[in-house]
Design a protein. Structure first.
Ligand code: NAG
Length: 394
């Protein structure tokens, strides 16, 4: 097993080592909305993904190109790479089917050597299922892919500003070698029926290759897998029901970070799918009860932890000691593997809410409070705000 040394620390110590400044309300309110970009007909991010995209077909190539164009055109500071493999499938008559994973990485500019940066890794699969015919897989996982694109775009400027500001300062080793990676995986779906060999083709190939890709000797992190501080897998998001348990005790600390963000976003009236969204509730009205997506913040050690029951892209990573936060509803959405899992059956409010939660989770992880305002606030006020927030927390 490869366990990142930092993660061996109890959560309480770990949080003392890594700065974690909650985003302020005004920062959250100032985040750019995706606007029309999640529109299912002509939204710039989502609509190009809403086509059949079975591995090895033109649809798959088209969607992959859409991701490449997006990063190259709008996020040139993210380094793109592919991890390709091929495999026969139960329906390929002995022919090799290509699987192409796309990896987009952004590290602090002063990091010169692979192996010196730990990363938050955000993951979704982009392939669609062969059956039923013309299956779109809007929740599975077109919408999660679009959420990740939106998240990358939403924090990109802030990362630049933060790292520009830090470049002159003495660096705190652990804290300042934090990067972020988005992985869009191919070949998650089974071609025939789900087995260990007919499923997660891309994830299996990537985990195996990266386990055997060594960073230079004496690197802090021995392989790209060891560089993963947390692997967050989004799947089946965008259509009800959306109740996400905490699956793994080992990553419950990360679940709590996200659940806490969700409850703050709901309290602020920022969640569009909530009856308490600011457009639906007068300020003097009592708050309505609302279910949480991440409803297991109070889970106890002795409760039932069901990690391991759901086969998905995280499996080959968790088997190699990677810390995983699996964001997948249980039960699955009603449209799961049904022809109805298409754009029309997405709930646009739910899609936007997950996108906001993803953006804010990534922003807090990367410690971007004070940098998300596109330079409107000056640096000093950001620092003061940070001190105040820190003061409140201790
Ligand atoms: C992997 O596949 C992509 C997309 O088809 C292609 O552009 C790239 O050259 C391939 N990389 C390698 C190393 O074969």
């Amino acid at each position: 097993m490869r366990v990142h040394h930092l993660l061996l620390l109890p959560a309480i110590l770990r949080s003392a080592v890594l700065a974690y400044t909650p985003l302020s309300e005004s920062t959250i309110q100032g985040l750019p909305s995706p606007g029309k970009d999640f529109d299912i007909k002509d939204g710039a991010l989502l609509s190009p993904i809403l086509i059949p995209r079975v591995p090895g077909t033109p649809g798959s190539e088209q969607v992959l190109q859409h991701f490449v164009d997006f990063f190259s055109d709008t996020l040139p500071d993210w380094k793109l790479s592919f991890q390709n493999s091929s495999s026969t499938t139960p329906v390929s008559n002995g022919k090799e089917v290509p699987f192409r994973n796309l990896i987009a990485t952004r590290d602090p500019p002063w990091v010169e050597r692979e192996g010196e940066v730990g990363r938050l890794v955000l993951v979704a699969h982009y392939d669609s299922k062969l059956t039923p015919k013309d299956f779109i897989g809007a929740t599975d996982s077109a919408a999660p892919c679009a959420m990740l694109m939106h998240a990358a775009r939403s924090i990109d400027n802030a990362l630049t500003q933060k790292w520009d500001d830090m470049a002159g300062d003495a660096l705190d080793e652990l804290e300042d070698q934090k990067g972020i990676q988005i992985i869009l995986l191919d070949g998650e779906e089974a071609f025939s029926s789900w087995t260990d060999t007919d499923s997660i083709y891309g994830a299996r190939a990537l985990a195996e290759e990266w386990e055997n890709t060594y960073h230079p000797p004496l690197s802090t992190f021995s392989t790209p897998l060891a560089s993963m501080d947390l692997f967050v897998l989004l799947d089946l998001l965008g259509s009800p029901p959306q109740r996400v348990p905490s699956y793994y005790k080992t990553s419950h600390w990360a679940y709590l970070n996200m659940a806490d963000l969700e409850s703050r976003l709901r309290k602020m009236g920022s969640f569009k799918s909530s009856p308490n969204h600011k457009s639906k509730r007068f300020s003097n009205e009592p708050r309505k009860k609302e279910p949480m997506f991440l409803y297991e913040a109070d889970k106890k050690d002795t409760d039932r932890w069901t990690g391991g029951y759901i086969g998905d892209d995280h499996v080959p990573f968790i088997a190699r000691g990677v810390e995983v936060l699996h964001i997948i509803p249980s039960p699955f959405p009603d449209v799961w593997h049904h022809p109805d899992d298409d754009g029309e059956h997405l709930d646009p409010d739910i899609v936007e809410d997950w996108a906001l939660l993803t953006v804010t989770f990534a922003a807090e992880w990367m410690d971007l409070e004070g940098y998300l305002d596109d330079g409107k606030k000056d640096r000093r006020s950001a620092e003061v705000l940070k001190d105040e927030l820190n003061g409140e927390m201790t």
